[in-house]
Design a protein around this ligand. Structure first.
Ligand code: F6P
Length: 558
């Protein structure tokens, strides 16, 4: 295991510390004095136009950041990832989500630990395609011979957020009469609510769990199986015999997992199970069989387009020099804000209602990856890590929390994401509504960057204390990401962009971005507390005073 380089001991870190000391960004002046700034800081990454010019950096800061990446050996670590070295040290695994998106027939073939990774990936992709074609064409039917109209993905975390986000984002591409739904929460409301209007005869469940041990997923899968059986029995479709129940599961349940033995134990025919591998982290798995619901809903072509978009950005990340490597630059900007300018959080503001789940998706990607306090060799980190990602689609956010971003006391770097062409071009009294929407994107990034001075406020006739209240300080950093339209390919590009900027930050911090031990303790304790909830007095007595009091409240109000 290589020892991570402590970024704080590099000469670039010293440079950046000096640059941050007394740093007084002035985007108005920088833009006025430097006509080449926008061109220099704007990048085309596959279909994405990415404008970094409204960030709080000058050429010197950028050069020091790139030097930092160099000094922590980012390139070597990146190459080790693509090669399949076991960079996930705490789980002793390679990290190969990028292999999921390699085109069929890519050369040289990727063989890792003696395993033909390319062959494995293409085999499962072909199986997913064949299955989706059967379902979409009506060849695969439910137990009563009816076509599938709804696929319900049961999974949580990485086995939910990616497909749920993509399904919402690409809803206009769902043209085969199949709608995907996503059940994740063990709160019974989730399953009850999402199955309420479904017909068991036309519903196909996909149980998605890498480990096939996750409490929420297996509980929901059992509830779904009961819902299926009782629904089919109620309509007389099955008589409730064990044989018919097994047959019903065979027609209405498939699974996605790395643990195919556990899938069989649940009662799902292994012939209806789609594999993935322990070298795909849950939050990096949307391009694997975890995306099966998407192949069913959007079709194999759209899914492969998304993979092509992911791959295009993988290629850029793998081969572009650091100073022009967009995910690297964006990751380094986040390091600059987090470690040198004191930012605690990062907003992601899509100007696309369809991307409403994108911030939630990014929360798992970034925070489960980089929310760590030890480095990949177990030693403590030497800097702050993992900023808090959050956001909502514009313009809803404008009428909620943008106030704080514009005029609050905290520095909140924000990514604005917009698309030139809308999925639904509507006009209002002759005006293009989408154009109006995008005008807001541009207006907000402009207001955040350049603000409004007291003089400008006064020139509008405002006087007294209102002047200060109406003044906007500006110099609030934003990145603008624009694309022609929200297509499967473009969405794949966006996902890979954030994956690789997350990796970049992790390498600077010396973190293994691919484990998630921090979720384990709560899982263990839930299993210990569950008997207390169910009335086991000894289990209740073993809890701390606060938990005991809450259990008392629970019992009193039950
Ligand atoms: O929340 C922890 C976690 O392990 C995530 O990393 C993962 O995506 C999720 O649980 C679901 O795990 P599984 O796919 O094994 O059910």
């Amino acid at each position: 295991m290589t020892t991570p380089i402590d970024a704080t001991t590099t000469s670039a870190w010293g440079e950046l510390t000096a640059r941050a000391d007394g740093f007084a960004p002035d985007l108005r002046r920088w833009f006025a004095d430097d006509p080449g700034r926008v061109e220099r800081l704007t990048f085309d990454l596959a279909d994405l136009r990415i404008d970094l010019s409204k960030n709080l950096v000058d050429d010197g800061i950028l050069a020091s950041l790139v030097k930092l990446a160099d000094e922590v050996h980012l390139t070597e670590r990146r190459d080790a990832m693509f090669r399949g070295e076991h960079i996930n040290t705490t789980e002793d695994r390679p990290v190969l989500h990028t292999a999921l998106r390699r085109p069929a027939g890519a050369e040289p073939r990727l063989v890792v630990d003696g395993q033909d990774i390319d062959g494995d990936v293409q085999r499962v992709l072909d199986a997913m395609t064949a299955f989706a074609e059967r379902v979409r064409s009506g060849d695969w039917v439910g137990i009563t011979g009816k076509r599938v109209t709804h696929v319900v993905n049961i999974g949580i975390g990485g086995s939910d957020l990616g497909p749920a986000m993509v399904s919402a984002a690409l809803e206009p591409f769902a043209t085969a009469g199949i709608q995907a739904r996503f059940i994740s929460n063990i709160d019974p409301f989730d399953l009850a609510h999402k199955t309420e209007d479904l017909d068991p005869e036309t519903t196909l469940f996909i149980v998605v769990s890498k480990t096939f041990t996750t409490l929420e997923t297996l509980t929901n899968a059992r509830l779904a199986r009961d819902w299926l059986w009782s629904g089919l029995a109620a309509s007389g479709a099955i008589d409730g015999s064990e044989t018919q129940k097994t047959d019903a599961v065979a027609h209405h349940f498939v699974a996605v997992s790395t643990a195919l033995d556990k899938v069989a134990a649940f009662g799902i025919d292994p012939a209806n199970a789609f594999a993935f591998w322990d070298w795909v982290g849950g939050r990096y798995s949307v391009g694997s069989a975890v995306g099966l619901s998407l192949v069913l809903e959007l079709g194999p072509d759209a899914f492969r387009e998304m993979l092509a978009g992911l791959h295009a950005v993988d290629e850029h990340f793998a081969t572009t020099p650091l100073e022009r490597n967009v995910p690297v630059l964006m990751g380094l900007l986040n390091v600059w804000y987090t470690n040198f300018l004191g930012a605690q959080s990062h907003a992601v503001l899509p100007y696309a209602q369809q991307l409403s789940r994108f911030p939630a998706y990014l929360q798992q990607l970034t925070m489960e990856s980089n929310g760590k306090r030890v480095r990949w060799d177990g030693s403590p980190v030497t800097t702050d890590t993992g900023e808090i990602f959050w956001g909502e689609p514009g313009t809803n956010g404008q009428h909620a929390f943008y106030q704080l971003i514009h005029q609050g006391t905290r520095l909140i770097p924000a990514d604005f994401i917009g698309f030139v062409n809308p999925a639904y071009p509507l006009t209002d009294d002759g005006r293009d509504v989408h154009g109006l929407f995008l005008a807001n994107f541009l207006a907000q990034t402009k207001a955040l960057a350049f603000g409004k001075t007291a003089e400008e406020v006064k020139a509008e006739g405002t006087t007294g204390p209102l002047v200060a209240a109406r003044t906007f300080p500006g110099n609030r950093p934003t990145t603008s990401i624009f694309a022609p339209a929200l297509t499967p390919r473009v969405l794949g590009e966006l996902i890979a962009l954030y994956e690789h900027l997350t990796f970049t930050q992790g390498v600077v911090w010396g973190i293994n971005s691919f484990d998630q031990w921090g979720v384990e303790l709560g899982k263990q304790l839930a299993l210990q507390i569950a008997p207390a909830i169910e009335g086991d007095a000894d289990a209740a007595a073993a809890q701390d005073a606060s938990t005991r009091a809450l259990l008392d409240y629970y019992r009193a109000h039950r």
